[in-house]
Ligand binder design. Structure first.
Ligand SMILES: C[S@@+](CC[C@H](N)C(=O)[O-])C[C@H]1O[C@@H](n2cnc3c(N)ncnc32)[C@H](O)[C@@H]1O
Length: 223
């Protein structure tokens, strides 16, 4: 990610947030990029290496229905489809979803524009695996707290939720985006939303500069 695209996306986010809109900047950023991936700071043109590590370690169950939350330009969704999952990739941004259709014209992935905070009822408890990479950290704390229930609500009983996000210390202040998460925020998925935490790791990613990331796997009890 170039310093320039990082700086301009932060300015765009701050401009929207100063008007009380924490989410409008995503669509605007994709629209302004005009099909040039270098203008989308998180578009790495490859699946998340940390997701690949988790998949390589094995999830101990057959591939089933999978949701990729905030799927962006689709690299993680495509990788999961290649591995046999029946994937729904959804994103708030209509332009991101159109871009996915253009990038992957023959994809088996079902791409759709949807807001995690207002999901269609048929997505409730519909997935065996839910993948959330760098989307919780893309919104400020108060909004993020409202995303935890719908995120957990996507899981079928027995389903798994993978969260990959930047890490911050409990008393550390961050100027986002991104707004790194502290451990106690992720613990709310267990404390308030009844998911079992079955894996929790702090890893250093391979980015330049490297950052500390939580890789956490949760399971919805039942089944
Ligand atoms: C930082 S990007 C990460 C994209 C992708 N997961 C990746 O790792 O490349 C965050 C994505 O979440 C999407 N997003 C933000 N709020 C959302 C919401 N409420 N529902 C669905 N998607 C959302 C944005 O449009 C953006 O594509």
């Amino acid at each position: 990610m170039s310093d320039e695209s990082r700086r301009s996306s932060r300015e765009l986010a701050q401009e929207y947030m100063s008007r009380g809109d924490s989410q409008g900047w995503f669509e605007e950023l994709y629209r302004l990029a005009q099909g040039e991936m270098e203008h989308v700071p998180w578009a790495d043109r490859r699946p998340s290496p940390l997701m690949l590590q988790v998949l390589a370690a094995g999830l101990d169950r057959p591939a089933g229905e999978c949701a990729v939350v905030g799927c962006g330009l689709g690299d993680d969704a495509e990788e999961l489809a290649r591995r046999g999952y029946k994937v729904t990739g959804f994103d708030l941004s209509e332009t991101a979803i159109s871009w996915c259709h253009e990038r992957w014209p023959d994809s088996p992935v079902r791409y759709l524009q949807a807001d995690l905070l207002h999901l269609p009822p048929e997505m409730s408890e519909a997935f065996d695996l839910v993948v959330e990479i760098n989307t919780l950290q893309a919104v400020p704390d108060a909004l993020r707290m409202r995303m935890l229930a719908p995120l957990a609500g996507l899981l079928r009983p027995g389903g798994l939720l993978l969260v990959v996000c930047r890490m911050r210390e409990e008393d550390e202040r961050v100027e986002g985006p991104p707004w790194a998460l502290c451990r106690s925020e992720l613990d709310l998925l267990s404390a308030d939303h009844c998911l079992e935490n079955i894996r929790f790791e702090l890893l250093i990613d391979g980015e330049d500069p490297p950052s500390r990331r939580y890789v956490a796997l949760f399971r919805r009890p039942g089944a």
